[in-house]
Design a protein around this ligand. Structure first.
Ligand code: CTP
Ligand code: MN
Ligand code: MN
Ligand code: MN
Length: 373
């Protein structure tokens, strides 16, 4: 039979996860390289090539076996000329000169470094690069640079938040936030989303959805949770965005567009003692100050949008892109973090679970751990 590309990827991914971890590792060497090229294209504002490299990386990740010769990738979808050229170099020389050229590029290195700071996007990074700045030290020493509040927090906690967050740390944060939310509203619901819901061992932050079982009751809850976290002395930084949900609007065409839910981007203080299961794993005691800063995203959708929010915030980014593309191209529907809209029937398709959404799309349910595209 002829499956849509997303099905091929999804099914292959299942096999891959179950049967062969080594293959994942081997193909990941290639996909990491493609991710770097994607990032470089992004810095150069080459949207097309950026997405092409990301998609190619995703296809390679989904292969049921490692790539040992070019023949193995000949018939695959989404692999462009440039990707194939890079793969060829790697297969023949064990390295890619094109990639090494990018990696050693001064501009790429500077933009990668600058955008690694929380609150610094490609535009700001580019501005700093154009001013001749090359290191974080230089930026902090430059008197004419105005950092906004988010960037100041980004620099202040740079060391901590560029360090990977472990599953144990994510669980500890989950308990803290859940306890806080329940203290305010005993029937509130907190769900872990993002990479950790997909079963990842490490993440760059921890993502949560917070809602109430009754529609509208979520109003004001997030602000109270934040206040309580502040009272407990664990709120290091908070950027709060009020809800701008407008259900009269159709799901947005642009994937990268932010959703309209009330949310906050936080930096929280996590005490080392609050983690279970890390006993004896203490790092260099000289360096440890007993706590670390962690980035947390907390999103508060109303319960009638919950399933879409959960699907959207579970990711991965590439999986969401693929799924939205599939909805659009194969089903004539648009999907975003709020809703699924059937463009032919001109109606919104309601869902109370992720299962409902996959069913509307005519797809078999895809488990979160199968969404690591
Ligand atoms: N997301 C979103 N809107 C945003 C930010 C994120 O819809 N403004 C969604 C994306 O689909 C993304 C998911 O939320 O896949 C989680 O985002 P993020 O934390 O950036 O990525 P993770 O997959 O959790 O990976 P990491 O470990 O790096 O955090
Ligand atoms: Mn995340
Ligand atoms: Mn996040
Ligand atoms: Mn919307």
């Amino acid at each position: 039979g002829h499956f849509p590309a997303i099905c091929v990827c999804v099914f292959a991914r299942v096999y891959m996860c179950v049967f062969n971890r080594e293959i994942i590792l081997e193909n990941n060497l290639n996909t990491d390289v493609l991710e770097e090229l994607a990032e470089n294209s992004e810095f150069n504002e080459s949207k097309g090539p950026c997405l092409a490299f990301r998609r190619a990386a995703s296809v390679l990740k989904s292969l049921p076996s490692a790539v040992h010769c070019l023949g193995a990738i000949q018939g695959l979808p989404c692999l462009g000329e440039h990707t194939k050229a890079v793969m060829e170099e790697i297969l023949i020389f064990g390295r890619s000169f094109k990639v090494e050229e990018v990696q050693s590029d001064e501009r790429y290195q500077a933009l990668k470094l600058f955008t690694s700071v929380f609150g610094v996007g490609p535009k700001t990074a580019e501005k700093w690069y154009r001013r001749g700045l090359r290191s974080l030290k230089e930026i902090l020493a430059e008197p004419n640079i105005q950092l906004n509040r988010m960037q100041r927090a980004g620099f202040l906690y740079y060391r901590d938040i560029s360090k990977a967050v472990s599953k144990a740390e994510a669980k500890a944060l989950r308990s803290i936030i859940e306890e806080t939310a329940h203290w305010i509203a005993p029937d509130s619901i907190l769900a872990l989303t993002g990479g950790f819901r997909r079963g990842k061992e490490y993440g760059h932050d921890v993502d949560f959805l917070l809602t109430m079982p009754e529609m509208g009751k979520e109003k004001g809850l997030l602000v109270r949770v934040i206040d309580r976290l502040r009272d407990q002395g664990i709120l290091l930084y908070c950027e709060h965005q009020g809800s701008t949900v407008d259900m009269s609007k159709l799901p947005s065409r642009r994937f990268e567009a932010m959703d309209h839910f009330e949310k906050c981007f936080l930096i929280l203080r996590l005490e080392e003692g609050q983690m279970e299961g890390d006993g004896g794993l203490q790092k260099d005691p000289g360096e440890s100050r007993g706590w670390r800063a962690v980035r947390v995203d907390l999103v508060a959708p109303p319960v009638d949008h919950y399933a879409f929010a959960l699907l959207g915030w579970t990711g991965s980014r590439q999986f969401e892109r693929d799924l939205r593309r599939f909805a659009r191209k194969e089903r004539g529907m648009s999907l975003d973090n709020h809703a699924l809209y059937d463009k032919t029937k001109k109606l919104f398709l309601p869902a109370t679970s992720e299962e409902d959404i996959f069913a509307h799309l005519g797809l078999e349910y895809v488990e979160p751990w199968q969404r690591n595209a």
